[in-house]
Design a protein around this ligand. Structure first.
Ligand SMILES: Cc1cc2nc3c(=O)[nH]c(=O)nc-3n(C[C@H](O)[C@H](O)[C@H](O)COP(=O)(O)OP(=O)(O)OC[C@H]3O[C@@H](n4cnc5c(N)ncnc54)[C@H](O)[C@@H]3O)c2cc1C
Length: 455
């Protein structure tokens, strides 16, 4: 039987920290043995722990790490379809397949996520307006249910389980392996247009008018600017560069030279991140990015600017931080964004990383986050009063018909969550069918009331 270690665990935001029993199986067949062992009251899968809050935590119970279940199973160069274990990371996929001309079709802002974790949150990238979420490129996956059954799930086979599992935060079963279609690319570079927007209205207008010209599009937003500059932004929009666009001095266009990674060696004192330092950083960032078209930028700098700074989450000190990511529907989006930014700016809370993006249409995922509209993501240091402030913002969000993203969330209540995700009951019914004894559970699932039990 697999051994476990009892240890404090957290997500990327380092809040909350909970004691869990961690299992690290090396073979796929061990997964069924662990679930059948009855050693824990419940279990939840864990990838690389890059969700911010408690999605991959299970206080006082079992957490099954997929870190060692990261093997490639097969690849078809004709179609670009890759089959791999659920613990395979985007970083591993990039390392092996980018030199052969393939890129993950959808990628979050870090490559240190597993395919299983990406499916469980139905992740989106900077190309949601054109491509949708990761599930749009998923052919199928094998799901090990809490009762020990292996199900193949796709749009045709077990479709209701497919759509419950994408975005289902690991609660329908363990994604043992999956087949995903990679995107062919000529180079590892992007041709990026930078454009400043003086305030949030201008940013939203630019995203709405010309996003269709770009595969990838995102705006960094200064959340501390006020008055007529409220929400001033730098838009960064890009298409994959063609071979002839990459200067020959850069060498092999599919293998950019790598700069050495840096690391944050210790927890920063909490005073390091005051509104003052954030305001200074924001001013420098804004001024350093004048409007400039057609810059050739390597994929790491464009997609994963923070990945080169290892442990950057230590910058927020021991108390950790959270990311408040929300989506406002297209119809009420701008008014909602303006009101949220006003409240944030009035509260004096700053966010280093404010990111604004336009989403395309929602898919059929029962708990999938993206829907047509505008999404805003804010990294906020954890401090007294923050959870109640964010719960107030949840009420504002509800007034505008929006919702929060569970991959980032650490504070939303069950009542708000139920109001934000109208297909929750459908999800619960499928979960009850697959897991009648409630053996798959997580701290997040109990907190937001997806499953019963104390948080
Ligand atoms: C810097 C940064 C930028 C990010 N940018 C984005 C972004 O742009 N877009 C976006 O959508 N997200 C983004 N994220 C969030 C991230 O993509 C998701 O939280 C993702 O789920 C993390 O994957 P993971 O492998 O670390 O999973 P974990 O965080 O370990 O787990 C996440 C969920 O997946 C479940 N899970 C993990 N493995 C399996 C499995 N094999 N079977 C079943 N369930 C499983 C867990 O139970 C949990 O519910 C970002 C995160 C960071 C840190």
């Amino acid at each position: 039987m697999e051994a476990s270690v009892t240890r404090p665990l957290s997500g990327w935001g380092r809040f909350p920290v909970e004691t869990c029993r961690l299992y690290r199986p090396e073979k796929r067949r061990a997964l069924a043995e662990i679930l059948a062992s009855g050693q824990e009251s419940s279990w939840i899968a864990r990838g690389l722990g890059r969700s911010y809050g408690d999605a991959a935590l299970n206080a006082g119970a079992g957490v099954i790490s997929f870190e060692r279940l990261n093997r490639f199973i097969g690849f078809d160069p004709e179609s670009g379809v890759l089959e791999c274990e659920g613990g395979t990371s985007l970083e591993e996929i990039l390392r092996h397949f980018l030199p052969r001309g393939y890129f993950p079709p959808v990628t979050p802002g870090t490559k240190f996520v597993t395919l299983g974790g990406a499916i469980a949150h139905d992740v989106h990238g900077k190309n949601h307006h054109r491509a949708g979420t990761i599930s749009a490129f998923l052919l199928d996956f094998r799901l090990l249910t809490a009762e020990g059954e292996i199900l193949t799930c796709s749009r045709e086979e077990n479709p209701e389980i497919f759509w419950a599992t994408v975005g289902g935060t690991g609660l329908t079963g363990l994604v043992v392996s999956a087949r995903v279609r990679l995107a062919p690319v000529e180079t590892a570079y992007l041709r990026v247009d930078y454009r400043r927007a003086g305030n949030v209205e201008e940013a939203v207008a630019a995203l709405t008018e010309s996003d269709h010209l770009y595969e990838h599009s995102v705006a960094w937003i200064d959340c501390l600017a006020r008055g007529s500059a409220l929400g001033r932004s730098v838009l960064m929009r890009a298409n994959h560069a063609k071979k002839e666009e990459v200067p020959t001095r850069l060498g092999d266009p599919l293998s950019p030279r790598r700069a050495a990674g840096r690391s944050i060696p210790f927890d920063f004192p909490s005073a390091a991140l005051s509104p003052l330092t954030i305001r200074a950083f924001n001013a420098v960032f804004y001024n350093a990015h004048p409007t400039a078209p057609g810059k050739i930028v390597d994929y790491d700098r464009f997609f994963y600017p923070l990945d080169s700074i290892h442990h950057w989450n230590r910058m927020y000190g021991k108390r950790g931080f959270t990311q408040y990511q929300v989506v406002f529907p297209a119809e009420s989006g701008l008014a909602g964004l303006i009101e949220l930014l006003r409240r944030l700016s009035a509260s004096g809370r700053g966010s280093f990383l404010g990111v604004l993006k336009r989403f395309g249409d929602a898919n059929a995922g029962l708990l999938s986050f993206p829907r047509s509209g505008y999404t805003l993501a804010l990294d906020l240091p954890m401090e007294e009063g923050l959870p109640s402030f964010l719960r107030e913002l949840d009420r504002l969000l509800l007034d505008f018909g929006g919702r929060v993203y569970l991959a980032k969330d650490a504070v939303t209540t069950a009542a708000s969550f139920a109001a934000m995700y109208p297909r929750l009951d459908e999800f619960r019914q499928i979960k009850a069918r697959l897991d009648p004894r409630g053996r798959l559970s997580s701290s997040l699932a109990r907190r937001v009331g997806i499953v019963p039990g104390p948080p």
